[in-house]
Design a protein around this ligand. Structure first.
Ligand code: FES
Length: 105
């Protein structure tokens, strides 16, 4: 397991990018829960963010790919609009405890 950050370093309705041993990840917190995915759009295989740590649409309710605008559900990574609709981000198992947010790679 790898520690991404402390819980306080990922505010609700916000996102952050991470590089863990060369693997690019994104983490989002929504309604208190943390979700972690590979930072890789299923459309072209590129990173999703438009600037560092910015992975969400303007309403902070969906993950958005900056390249062609695909939108993904925060809760399960499913693409619900855009060129890769029906495909999904790759889920990274994670959990949070008193020390912070952990991922299993
Ligand atoms: S690369 Fe993400 S929508 Fe095209």
């Amino acid at each position: 397991m790898k520690l991404l950050c402390t819980g306080a370093e990922l505010a609700d309705a916000s996102s952050r990018g991470f590089d863990v041993d060369g693997q690019k990840l994104l983490a989002v917190r929504r309604n208190g829960r943390v979700y972690v995915y590979e930072n890789r759009c299923p459309h072209r295989g590129v990173g999703l963010e438009w600037k560092p740590d910015q992975f969400l649409d303007p309403s902070n309710s969906l993950i958005q790919c900056a390249t062609h605008g695909a939108l993904f559900l925060i809760e399960d990574g499913e693409c619900v609009a855009g060129p890769c609709a029906g495909q999904s981000l790759t889920t990274i198992p994670c959990h949070e405890d008193d020390q912070g947010i952990w991922v299993t790679l």
